[in-house]
Design a protein around this ligand. Structure first.
Ligand code: URA
Length: 432
């Protein structure tokens, strides 16, 4: 006889610190996906999970239920030159200035792998690959499965909105974004892994962020998140690896939507900020290794222009024109140096919140983001600063947002007498 559930009882169980049974998890995810559990009930349950946490078995079941809420893609029949595709993807747990996917996917394509990437939108103070790429005129991430398959065979990548994959995650993700429930290990792990298990990749590299701009604030929690995701991926049959990477400082010199695409084009042209290039190449090497491809140097694809060619092909296949001018916010504001010296720390969380306030992210579900909203960092930690010079330029179409953004930056950076100690960008690596 089927067990009957109701949302208040499920919420109360977790609110009071109890464990959710497999059947309760299956029920609540299915009922929410089909509109039988209301947003306010799921929001209450998410807050209870945020506050009480979940055991590993609960996380595994919640993830499996989200995978089962929609389609699961399978590309194992696809061939190029008579051989199965070397399917590999990467996913980040969310960062500030984290534009890595934009150059990384073409690098890995140019090295012979195939990337089926279900990408996300901005979440909390962190940006989303889809919001960034949609700032390219004409670009669409709404791809049919047939188009994804065609692009994987012909080009070696597709970057798409999750669509019918893990629809429970799509709704929960949007709800978390506006209910202050993003910063939860079980909710991050299940959100990332449900999409990645459903998207049909065979190998996966997880860029797990550590530091103030990461959702989880301590290195110990980020390590636990990486281990949880690697174990979930491995149990689902994916070759899964994780890099732990620094997110105490924003990546690169551009944070926002179109400004991050612009910086990615610099990387693809063989230039760009050293940290963005280093992380792109490190993640590419890890992805190629996980996919079983050796003997190629991902850095060479940035030098010889082959990654740029793949990027243009990919954008064109998805309706975009990478040669058109990118949008830029109609209004600008600068934050200047209060004194001379050396740029000290730049807090990733403060910058992420400032950019969100400029209109690059959402405060209500489904809100349109501003493609031209963002911020440029003129001095990175350790660079010399002259009193009064511009340290940050802020962009938005709605200038009434400047005051809030500038307030977020207040106290979010330092100008010091000496350069701050350098932090390693790649903190650690984990495999199954
Ligand atoms: N990326 C996701 O897909 N989900 C999260 O919760 C965080 C980062």
């Amino acid at each position: 006889m089927p067990q009957l559930f109701d949302a208040p009882t499920v919420i109360r169980t977790k609110r009071d610190g109890g464990a959710l049974s497999d059947a309760a998890i299956d029920w609540v995810i299915d009922a929410y996906t089909h509109g039988r559990v209301a947003d306010e009930q799921m929001a209450a349950l998410l807050m209870a999970i945020f506050l009480r946490g979940m055991s590993d078995p609960e996380i595994a079941r919640w993830t499996a239920a989200m995978v089962a809420s929609g389609d699961r893609l399978d590309f194992s029949d696809l061939r190029r030159d008579g051989k199965p595709l070397a399917l590999v993807d990467k996913h980040s747990t969310g960062g500030v200035g984290d534009k890595i996917t934009i150059a990384l996917v073409p690098v890995v394509m140019a090295c012979g792998a195939a990337v089926p990437q279900a990408a996300g939108r901005g979440l909390g103070h962190t940006g989303g690959t889809l919001d960034k790429l949609e700032s390219i005129p004409g670009f669409t991430a709404e791809l049919s499965t047939a188009q994804i398959r065609q692009q994987l065979c012909d080009l070696g990548a597709a970057i798409f909105a999750a669509g019918d994959l893990a629809p429970a995650d799509r709704r929960i993700y949007a709800l978390r974004d506006v209910t202050a429930t993003t910063e939860s290990l079980p909710l991050i792990a299940s959100s990332v892994m449900s999409k990645k298990i459903a998207e049909g990749t065979r190998a996966l590299v997880l860029d797990t962020k550590v530091g103030s701009g990461a959702f989880l604030k301590t290195e110990a929690e980020s390590r636990r998140l990486a281990r949880t995701m690697v174990d979930l991926g491995t149990a689902a049959g994916l070759v899964t690896r994780a890099l732990l990477t620094d997110m105490s400082t924003p990546l690169g010199r551009a944070v926002g939507n179109a400004v991050e695409v612009e910086e990615s084009l610099e990387v693809l042209a063989g230039g760009g900020p050293a940290d963005v290039v280093e992380l792109t190449v490190a993640l590419a090497a890890e992805m190629l290794d996980a996919a079983g491809i050796d003997g190629v140097d991902p850095a060479e694809t940035l030098r010889d222009g082959s990654a740029m060619d793949r990027f243009r092909d990919l954008v064109a296949a998805q309706g975009g024109d990478a040669t058109r001018k990118l949008p830029v916010g109609a209004h600008t504001e600068t934050v200047t140096a209060p004194r001379g010296g050396t740029m000290g720390s730049i807090d990733a969380l403060a910058v992420g919140l400032a950019v969100w306030r400029l209109g690059a992210g959402r405060s209500v579900p489904g809100e349109q983001v501003q493609p031209g909203a963002g911020l440029r960092i003129h001095r990175r930690p350790g660079e010399p600063v002259t009193a009064g010079e511009a340290l940050f330029t802020l962009y938005t179409d709605t200038p009434e947002r400047f005051a809030g953004a500038v307030a977020e930056l207040d106290g979010g950076f330092t100008v010091a007498d000496e350069a701050p100690p350098a932090r390693p960008l790649i903190v650690d690596r984990m495999a199954s």
